[in-house]
Design a protein around this ligand. Structure first.
Ligand SMILES: [Zn+2]
Length: 303
């Protein structure tokens, strides 16, 4: 089934006054003249509907390489550190939880502290999450009914950049959070060293990503429902910069993405690389302080 691409208003400010920003193959990015948000317009139909994630995409999310790196204890290190600093217990909902690795790690590290629930549009990875003891519900988050259940925290790890209508997800998060509840959002940083130096060659400029944030446009996106508690830039993968710079923007297959994740994870776990890691950590910290690291993480409080 092929449907037409979906035309969009600015996902951050809702206006429809954008100019061409960048083209890469079929992907057309525009930049809002009002708030500077960069987004795909039109959005490719299969990614707009979420259909991709329940069908073609599941090969990737359930590939042994992807599962192994997702379930490696180092994979969600930074997310867990930030999360734990702000939320020491309670009910946690992970939206776009995929195979459930974040919630699994949360329970492993802090047993008994959290009641966790994951949700996703993609069925097969949820089956895997359940097999690892993570409670899940299947469906499209804005349409889901949680009854009287309210959460202390809602997390979106590398999810919001994929959404056709991110505002409806944030509104839903607001509605299922307790008063003063926290929301955690991680997205790629369009002002990272990688994005600035690679431009269209950057592998994360690709059809699955419909929204491209800077610190300012992420703040704009959430302002209606949430106050920003803190915003950092984090993560740095020099291998990606090196490969994409040499690769001249050729398509990276899902298999290659998973293989790289696995390689990066094994570097992180290799004790022989300790001196390199110290230098790496310093670099990541410096880039983070300059808001030049790969991702943005924002901690939000419900208004
Ligand atoms: Zn806008």
């Amino acid at each position: 089934m092929i449907s037409a691409p979906v035309s969009r208003d600015c996902p951050a400010c809702g206006r429809n006054e954008a100019e061409a920003y960048l083209q890469k193959g079929e992907l057309r990015l525009v930049r809002c003249r009002i708030c500077s948000m960069i987004y795909a317009n039109p959005a490719p139909a299969e990614f707009a509907s979420g259909r991709y994630y329940d069908q073609a995409g599941t090969d990737y999310y359930l590939s042994p390489a992807k599962l192994e790196s997702d379930y490696a204890s180092v994979r969600f290190d930074r997310e867990l550190r930030i999360f734990r600093r702000h939320c020491q217990g309670g009910a946690v909902l992970d939206v776009g939880c995929s195979s459930g690795a974040f919630l699994f790690q949360l329970n492993q590290r802090f047993p008994g502290c959290y009641q966790v629930l994951g949700t996703d549009v993609s069925g097969p990875p949820l089956d895997y999450a359940e097999s690892r003891g993570v409670a899940v519900v299947h469906g499209n988050f804005p349409e889901q009914d949680f009854g009287q259940q309210r959460f202390d925290a809602v997390t979106f790890w590398a999810v919001v950049e994929h959404l056709l209508e991110p505002q409806s997800f944030l509104a839903k998060a607001w509605s299922v959070l307790k008063p003063g509840g926290l929301c955690f959002v991680l997205v790629p940083n369009m002002k990272s060293l990688a994005a600035r130096s690679l431009g269209a060659r950057y592998r994360y400029v690709y059809p699955q990503h419909l929204n491209y944030f800077t610190k300012a446009t992420l703040a704009k996106l959430v302002e209606k429902w949430f106050a920003v508690v803190e915003c950092h830039s984090t993560h740095f993968n020099p291998i990606v910069i090196w490969q994409d710079w040499r690769g001249d923007g050729k398509d990276i297959s899902n298999r290659d993405r998973a293989a790289l994740l696995q390689r990066t994870t094994s570097y992180k776990q290799n004790p022989a690389l300790k001196p390199v890691k110290a230098l790496y950590k310093l670099t990541e910290k410096t880039l983070g302080a300059l808001t030049l690291a790969d991702d943005l993480v924002v901690v939000l409080r419900r208004r």
